[in-house]
Design a binder for this molecule. Structure first.
Ligand SMILES: Cc1ncc(COP(=O)(O)O)c(C=O)c1O
Length: 394
C-alpha cells in the first residue's frame, strides 16, 4: 500500500481522521462503511464512466502548449479540465457523489462553494438526477462570482449566503455542516474538495484521479513515456492537485508542485498560503495544517481567487508537504493575474484565476530544457472575466 494514500484508519501519516460532532457520526459512518463497496460496484463504475464520457466530455485533452513551452524552455502540457462541462474539474467529483448519494437512498443534496464552480457542478448533477439542492456560499463570494450564482439558480438550486467570519468558503463549509447535522437522514453533503472527515478526502481524490489516469495514457501516446518530470496544480482545499498527483505519487522521480494563493503576500496578513504559515490542527472534520492564531482560532484567509481562499488544505496535502514528497509554494494575486493574461495572449486560453496561480509558478522555475511538465488547468476564466476586466482596466 502507498505510504502517501489513506490508511485503514482514515489517516495520511498524522493527518486526516474524522473529528466530528456526535450528531454527524451516523452519516459519516454510513459513508465510511459503504463508499468503497459502492465505488467498486460494476454498475456504479459503468454509470460513472458513461456520464464522464457523454455528459462531462471526457477524456479532457492533454494540450501541448507550444508558445508557453518556448517561453520557459520546457515541454509544457496543459491538462484541459477547463473544457469539462460546467468549466472546471469539480464536475468529476459531483458526478461520482451524486451516483453514490442515489445508491444511499438520499433525496436532498447540500454543498458549499467558494468560486461557485463546485456549487454549479452540484446544482448541475442535481438537475440531471432531479434531486433537491441547497448550496451554501459566502456573501462575499456571491458578489465576486455572480455568473455562477445565476447558473445555480437557473438549475433550480437554492443558494444560501453565509454571512459569518470572512464570508467566504470556510464559512460556507461551516453552514453546510450545520445543515447536515440538522438533516442527517435524507441529506447527502457533497463536499467539493479533498477536505472534511474521512472518507471524504479519499473519496474525492479517487473521483478526481481520472485526471492523472488520463494524463498517463495521453502522455504515452504523445511522448512515448507515461510519466512527466513535473506535475503542477493549484491548491485551495486541493482536489484538482490530488487528482493530478494521484497516479504519480508513488513515483518519487516525478516532482509534485502544489501552488497556494499568497494573496497580497505571505506576510501581508491577507493571504491563503497555508503551508507557509499554518500549523497542525483540526478544521472541518479532519486533522491537517491550517492558518491559526496562537490560541487556535482560524485566521481569516484572503485571495483574489475565491476557489483558493481557504485557510487549510486537505490532509493528504498536509502529509505530502510534511513528508517532503510534494513541493508547496505560493503565488500572489498580482503574479496570478499576470499569468492569466500571459496564457490568454500566448495560447488563446483564458484560465480561471485559480489555475493562473499554477501557471504563474513557471516564472519562478528554471529548466534544463528537456523536462516534461504537466499543469492541471483546473478551470476556465469565464466566471472571472469581471475580475480580469477590473484588474487590467479592459
Ligand atoms: C477552477 C478552480 N480551480 C481550483 C479550485 C480549487 O479547488 P481545489 O483545490 O479543490 O482543486 C477551484 C475551487 O473552486 C476552482 O473553481
Amino acid at each position: 500500500m502507498s505510504k502517501y494514500q489513506v490508511d485503514n484508519r482514515g489517516y495520511y501519516g498524522p493527518f486526516g481522521g474524522a473529528y466530528i460532532p456526535e450528531m454527524l457520526y451516523p452519516n459519516v459512518e454510513e459513508l465510511e462503511q459503504q463508499y468503497l463497496q459502492i465505488m467498486n460496484d460494476p454498475s456504479f463504475k459503468a454509470e460513472f464512466e458513461e456520464l464522464l464520457k457523454d455528459y462531462v466530455g471526457r477524456p479532457s485533452p492533454l494540450y501541448h502548449a507550444k508558445r508557453l513551452s518556448d517561453r520557459y524552455g520546457a515541454t509544457i502540457f496543459l491538462k484541459r479540465e477547463d473544457l469539462n462541462h460546467t468549466g472546471a474539474h469539480k464536475i468529476n467529483n459531483t458526478i461520482g457523489q451524486i451516483l453514490l448519494a442515489q445508491r444511499l437512498g438520499k433525496k436532498r443534496i447540500i454543498a458549499e462553494t467558494g468560486a461557485g464552480q463546485h456549487g454549479v457542478a452540484t446544482a448541475t448533477v442535481c438537475a440531471l438526477k432531479g434531486l433537491e439542492c441547497v448550496v451554501y456560499m459566502g456573501a462575499i463570494d456571491i458578489e465576486r462570482q455572480a455568473p455562477n450564482v445565476a447558473r445555480m439558480k437557473m438549475m433550480g438550486a437554492t443558494v444560501v449566503a453565509a454571512t459569518s467570519g470572512s464570508q467566504t468558503l470556510k464559512d460556507a463549509t461551516n453552514e453546510a455542516l450545520r445543515d447536515w447535522i440538522n438533516n442527517p437522514v435524507d441529506t447527502h453533503y457533497i463536499i467539493g474538495s479533498v477536505v472534511g472527515p474521512h472518507p471524504y478526502p479519499d473519496m474525492v481524490a479517487r473521483f478526481q484521479s481520472i485526471i492523472s489516469a488520463e494524463t498517463r495514457k495521453q502522455l504515452l501516446e504523445k511522448t512515448g513515456q507515461e510519466t512527466p518530470d513535473i506535475v503542477m496544480a493549484c491548491v485551495g482545499g486541493g482536489s484538482n492537485a490530488a487528482g493530478m498527483f494521484y497516479n504519480f505519487v508513488d513515483e518519487e522521480a516525478v516532482r509534485l508542485i502544489a501552488v497556494e494563493a499568497a494573496g497580497h503576500g505571505v506576510n501581508s496578513g491577507e493571504t491563503a498560503a497555508t503551508t507557509a504559515l499554518g500549523k497542525e490542527g483540526v478544521l472541518h472534520g479532519s486533522r491537517s495544517i491550517l492558518m491559526q492564531t496562537a490560541d487556535g482560532q482560524v485566521v481569516e484567509p484572503y485571495s483574489i481567487s475565491a476557489g483558493l481562499d481557504y485557510p487549510g488544505i486537505g490532509p493528504q496535502h498536509a502529509w505530502l508537504f510534511k513528508s517532503g514528497r510534494g513541493e508547496y509554494v505560493s503565488i500572489t494575486d498580482d503574479e496570478a493575474m499576470q499569468a492569466g493574461l500571459r496564457l490568454t495572449q500566448l495560447e488563446g486560453i483564458i484560465p480561471a484565476i485559480e489555475s493562473s496561480h499554477a501557471l504563474a509558478y513557471l516564472e519562478k522555475m528554471t529548466f534544463k530544457g528537456d523536462e516534461t511538465v504537466v499543469i492541471c488547468l483546473s478551470g476556465r476564466g469565464d466566471k472571472d472575466l469581471d475580475n480580469y476586466m477590473k484588474y487590467f482596466n479592459l
